[in-house]
Design a binder for this molecule. Structure first.
Ligand code: CP
Length: 319
């Protein structure tokens, strides 16, 4: 594995999940493979879980970690070729990515969708430029259209908690006051398509995800119907893909409630966090025994650790 910026980079999901679960049992089993290797993490946007869990994952492998809030502390970057840089941007990503690559061994980047220009976001302007110009492996800490470490985490968590061979997994849109990216939903759909699950996606009309990503998946516009016999309810808000970046509704009837969870097959509740209580999901669901959100967040460490371990073994190993 030379990079991990999309779920498409996964060659064997079962192997990754099994390796991550083994690391969870014995996190320090490979505590020397990252010796004298440095992970550089660049944050264009805020983070709690991704920042701390990826740092912990690297430390568990013996790596050193350097973290930079690049949008706040770095020079404003230019991404277009041939630009006359006489405005805000002081440094081109061509130089920045190559220079950063000299200071570390793996480069991890978080950058959210701008949600104004669909082409720019879906061409992954920032992540693609770093992949192009960096000379070291690149890992996504969430990009404009994908959150592959979250998706791997979610697949690990479902594997740990599933009680039948092919569980029914429902990805449900939930209300939110702000326009949010489609990244988590996109990567969740992709990773579920690699899994042995019955995936149903439910959302109000107008919230269809990119059909290139959802092709083959079942879309059910009636949330209550979608919840029937579900084993896992995965809630997430996203803004409209068709009417790009717009909030079309904040209809509270789409909030996840205890009453709705009672229509399921005693389903487990999942959310990537952070979550707005009593907007996305009722307290009664989040605080219930069936909520997996804290265990999910714990698995972020082992998802990151298995990816870093694979990159070290396959690409950075001195052997
Ligand atoms: N789930 C997730 O990516 O959390 P953070 O935004 O806090 O990193």
């Amino acid at each position: 594995m030379k990079k991990y910026t999309t779920v498409n980079d996964i060659a064997n999901l079962t192997e990754l999940i099994n390796d991550a679960m083994a690391l969870k049992k014995n996190p320090y089993a490979f505590q020397n493979i990252g010796k004298n290797k440095t992970l550089i993490m660049l944050f264009f946007n805020s983070s709690l879980r991704t920042r701390l869990s990826t740092q912990k994952a690297a430390q568990n492998l013996g790596m050193k970690v350097m973290v930079m809030n690049i949008s706040k502390d770095g020079w404003a970057l230019e991404f277009e070729d041939g630009t006359i840089m006489n405005s805000t941007a002081a440094e081109h990503v061509k130089e920045a990515a190559q220079v950063i690559s000299q200071y570390g061994d793996v480069l991890a980047i978080r950058t959210f969708a701008g949600l104004t220009d669909k082409n720019e976001d879906y061409n992954e302007k920032i992540m693609s430029a770093f992949v192009k110009y960096a000379t070291i492996p690149v890992v996504s800490l969430e990009s404009a259209t994908e959150h592959p470490l979250q998706a791997l985490t979610d697949a690990i968590t479902i594997t740990e908690h599933q009680q039948k061979n092919k569980p029914k997994v429902v990805l449900t849109w939930a209300p939110h006051p702000k326009a949010l990216p489609q990244a988590v939903a996109n990567s969740f759909v992709k990773v579920m398509q690699l899994s042995n699950v019955d995936l149903i996606i439910t959302h109000p009309k107008g919230y269809e995800l990119d059909t290139e990503i959802t092709k083959g998946a079942t879309i059910e516009y009636n949330q209550e119907k979608a919840f029937e016999n579900a084993d896992f309810i995965y809630a997430k808000n996203w803004s409209s893909f068709a009417d790009y970046g717009k909030v079309l509704t904040t209809d509270a009837r789409w909030m996840i409630t205890k009453k709705k969870m009672q229509q399921t097959h005693n389903a487990k509740f999942m959310h990537c966090l952070p979550v707005r209580r009593n907007v996305v999901v009722e307290d009664a669901v989040l605080d219930s025994e069936n909520s997996l959100v804290i265990q999910q967040a714990n698995n972020r460490t082992f998802a990151a650790q298995v990816i870093l371990k694979k990159i070290i073994n396959n690409y950075l190993s001195d052997d």
